[in-house]
Design a protein around this ligand. Sequence first.
Ligand SMILES: N[C@@H](CCC(=O)N[C@@H](CS)C(=O)NCC(=O)O)C(=O)O
Length: 212
Amino acid sequence: MKLFTFFRSSAAYRVRIALNLKGLTYEAVPKKLRTGEHRRTDYLALNPQGLIPALEHEGVVLAQSLAIIEYLDETFPDPPLLPDFAVGRAQVRAMAQGVACDIHPLNNLRVLNYLREVLGQNDEGVNRWIAHWIAEGFRGLEEQARRHSADQKHCYGGAVTLADVLLVPQMYNARRFNCDVSAFPTLVKITAHLEQLPAFAAARPEAQPDAE
Ligand SMILES: N[C@@H](CCC(=O)N[C@@H](CS)C(=O)NCC(=O)O)C(=O)O
């Protein structure tokens, strides 16, 4: 198994957590986002969307972190990342998609570059944008976690789910951009617990071979 990754890519961070939770070994193939390695023809031949991550398994290359993680969960079901009942699965997916669809895309590198280079925003403007959209998304996620967490250690119930796999990298990004997360105590508490787990700790950006 090969993971096309970048140490600071939060979408790749999600897949690294899922691979570790499943106990799967993989070869990390780093692609430097800053130098545009993800836009070169060799990588576009593998992943035409030109985004990190992609996962190669048994000769097939998969794109999109949520699709990859659900593929891993179906192919290697132990431990499961989704509840065993339909309502639970929908609720966990709703939390995960809140991060993957509604927070992360607004703060992605190409969006930030567009704000800077085309719309002429300075660092202050870009940082306000980042903080605004993270806070906006975290508001709903905080309430969902408050309702669904059984122990303030997991977003949903009392075991690791897809929602946790998505939360931790997004919280990493929030801290990286100095966002004030004090209004989201449940998310902060859950993250603090999860970051201690070996599968999450080994996936953190600083622990990657391509970390700068
Ligand atoms: N929805 C995609 C997002 C992937 C994504 O945006 N990856 C970022 C790194 S976290 C990327 O490749 N950015 C390159 C760019 O913006 O040019 C997923 O979940 O895999």
